[in-house]
Structure formats: structure tokens, C-alpha cells
Design a protein around this ligand. Structure first.
Ligand code: TXA
Ligand code: MG
Length: 337
């Protein structure tokens, strides 16, 4: 049975630490999404993450640390650009890929010579990491290919009986995973967009590039910087179609043309009057959409429609991260007019 921890009292922290020291998994909140964590220094513990999540072994995990001072125990900061990014965006919804030190087991990094480092900016995550005082490897708390876990009700459904402890931190504030960045030939390269945007990074460093997999489908033989981009991801069970147009009439036309008998529409206010089987409001601002999207995709499945038509957004600012996820949600079943 899975226990839901509501408060990080001293006795609960002790229980959680013991659980981690026993090489078991603990699900914990962060400001982006929930993570399913294990002691990053123990192969046995890390292997359990891959098993429970049904995750491909060649998809590396992010290592979560309590503060910046810890970074150089596990990784090497090789240049001033990496240093600047760390100073500006950590702690926060940002993961930096650095050259790894030998202390990090190869199973964490899927035999890559780099490691993703993240310092969450969330009170509960911080208290947990500080008390545990170990690096915690943690992917998002969802079975592979499913939408990431952003609230305990969703996570409990998937992981009840598979982990002993979930720490409840309410609905994740941001709702999309961290921005993953690697500095390649002195250019910060976004491997996965997130709340820290292309624009934020460009303003800081003067240059920034977006890896080709962010908005494009990659075939499984492509050599990519970030293996996570290869897999089916963020997907509900119901088939999805992503549609986008800056022009409302064209958008409406696209929706009407593609409607089925039981179409669920997931979108903003402006679509609420289109007649359909079920309309789900996802917010009007990018922050709201980001916050709500993963739990609403799960909700959409419960209505048992035959198609979810999702309204796309402009690929700018946080919109880039939203579209990166929704393109995968819909298996690149995407129309833009
Ligand atoms: O917000 C987040 O980042 C959440 C919370 C729990 O911190 N974590 C998360 O982890 O989203 P995960 O495992 O679901 O996604 C990690 C992504 C994957 O796409 C993976 O391929 C990439 O980061 N990644 C991890 N280590 C890497 C490395 N050394 N080089 C390139 N990509 C890496
Ligand atoms: Mg994930």
C-alpha cells in the first residue's frame, strides 16, 4: 500500500530517509512536475526507477541536488557559459547537462559521459533533499509514454502499490518539466523547452539554439543529444489531433472539418461555443495551460471520446514548451493553417 505524506514532520522525514537508504523510491513534488526519486549513487535503487516507470534503459535520468554547492561533487563546470546559466537559473525549473564525474553510476546517465543536474525551487523538494542529503535521481512521476504527474490523485492511480511513499505538495505550480540545456560549442542548446525560455537564455548569453528534436519528429535511429525526445510521450489513451491557426475562423474550420461523433475539445474560452461531445477548458494564458495540461489530458480520457482535438498555441516563450509536449501528446498528428 502507498502512503501519502501530507507534512514533512521530523518523523516523516526520518521514514523517507530510511526508505531512500533502503534503495527504494519516493515520489516528491517539485515546482515543475512530481519526480519519482531514488539514491542516485546506488545502481540498485536507480534500476528500480527504470522498472517501475517501464522506462527505456537508454534514457538518462536527471540528478536533483539540494543546492549549487553540491554540483561540483558530481559534475564538472567546464566553461563560463555553464557558470552563467547556473548562476541565473538555478535553483529553478532548469536542468543543465554537464560532464559527469565517476561517482555517478552509468545507469543514471544511460552510459553517457554527461549528467543532467537540477536544483528544484520548491520548499518541500528542498526540505526533502536537504534532509536526505544525497543526490536524488528522478524522472517525472508517470509510467513511460503517459502525461507527467502533476497532482497526487493522478500519480496515486498509476503508482498505488508500486511505491511506498508519495509526498503531497498540491498541484505542481508550473506543470511542465524543466528546460533542459546543454552548452554545445559554446552555444546554449535547448534539448527540451520549459518555463525558462529561449528568450530568457538568449537575453542572458546573447545566443541560444533549439535542438532539432524539439519541434520535429525523430526516427529511432537518429543520434540525438537527448534520448527522451525519441519516445512516445505525454499521451492519453484517446487519439489526439493538435490544431493551430492565428486566425480564429480558420481554427474553427479545422476543428469542424476534423470532428468525429465523440470529439472532446481541449482549449481556451474562444472554442467553448463550438458544439462537440465534451469541451474541456484548459486556460487562456500560457501559464494556465502549462499548469493544467497534463492533468486535463488524463481527465479527457475518462470521458471516453473517440478523439481529443487540442488547441495549439504560438511557439514563443512558454508556448514553445507547450507545443513541444502537445506535438508528442498527439504523435505529431498536427495541422497548422
Ligand atoms: O522538471 C523536471 O525536469 C522533472 C522533475 C521531476 O525534476 N524531471 C523530468 O525527468 O522531467 P525526465 O526523466 O522525465 O526527463 C528528463 C529528460 C529526458 O528527456 C532525458 O532524455 C533528458 O532529460 N536527459 C537527462 N540526462 C541527460 C543527459 N545526460 N544528456 C541529455 N539529455 C538528458
Ligand atoms: Mg518524463
Amino acid at each position: 500500500m502507498t502512503n501519502i505524506i501530507k507534512d514533512l514532520t521530523k518523523s516523516n522525514l526520518k521514514l523517507l530517509k530510511q526508505e531512500i537508504l533502503n534503495n527504494n523510491l519516493v515520489i516528491f513534488p517539485t515546482e515543475t512536475v512530481y519526480g519519482i526519486g531514488a539514491n542516485a549513487l546506488k545502481e540498485d535503487a536507480v534500476n528500480k526507477i527504470f522498472e517501475v516507470k517501464e522506462r527505456a534503459k537508454n534514457n538518462p535520468l536527471i540528478v536533483h541536488l539540494k543546492d549549487k554547492k553540491e554540483i561540483e561533487k558530481y559534475a564538472i563546470i567546464e566553461n563560463i557559459i555553464e557558470k552563467k546559466l547556473i548562476d541565473a537559473f538555478m535553483p529553478g525549473p532548469f536542468t543543465i547537462i554537464l560532464k559527469k564525474k565517476g561517482i555517478i553510476p552509468n545507469s543514471v546517465t544511460a552510459n553517457m559521459d554527461s549528467v543532467g543536474i537540477r536544483i528544484p525551487n520548491n520548499k518541500i523538494a528542498h526540505e526533502f533533499l536537504e534532509y536526505i542529503d544525497l543526490p536524488i535521481a528522478a524522472p517525472s512521476a508517470n509510467i513511460s509514454s503517459r502525461p507527467s504527474g502533476t497532482c497526487v490523485a493522478d500519480i496515486y492511480q498509476e503508482f498505488d502499490g508500486l511505491v511506498n511513499f508519495i509526498i503531497d505538495g498540491g498541484h505542481s505550480k508550473i506543470g511542465l518539466e524543466s528546460t533542459v540545456v546543454k552548452v554545445i560549442n559554446n552555444i546554449p542548446t535547448i534539448l527540451r523547452p520549459g518555463y525558462i525560455t529561449y528568450e530568457n537564455i538568449k537575453d542572458l548569453i546573447g545566443t541560444c539554439q533549439i535542438a532539432s528534436g524539439v519541434l520535429n519528429k525523430l526516427d529511432n535511429n537518429t543520434k540525438v543529444e537527448s534520448p527522451g525526445m525519441l519516445y512516445k510521450h505525454y499521451a492519453p489513451q484517446t487519439k489526439c489531433l493538435l490544431v493551430y491557426s492565428e486566425d480564429f475562423n480558420k481554427l474553427k474550420e479545422l476543428i469542424l472539418k476534423n470532428q468525429t461523433n465523440k470529439t472532446i475539445i481541449l482549449g481556451s474560452d474562444k472554442l467553448q461555443d463550438i458544439s462537440c461531445y465534451k469541451f474541456i477548458f484548459y486556460g487562456n494564458k500560457l501559464e494556465e495551460i502549462s499548469h493544467n495540461i497534463f492533468s486535463l489530458l488524463r481527465l479527457a480520457d475518462t470521458y471516453q471520446g473517440d478523439l481529443i482535438i487540442i488547441e495549439g498555441v504560438k511557439k514563443e516563450g512558454l508556448g514553445l514548451a507547450i507545443m513541444n509536449r502537445l506535438l508528442r501528446t498527439s504523435s505529431f498528428n498536427y495541422i497548422e493553417k
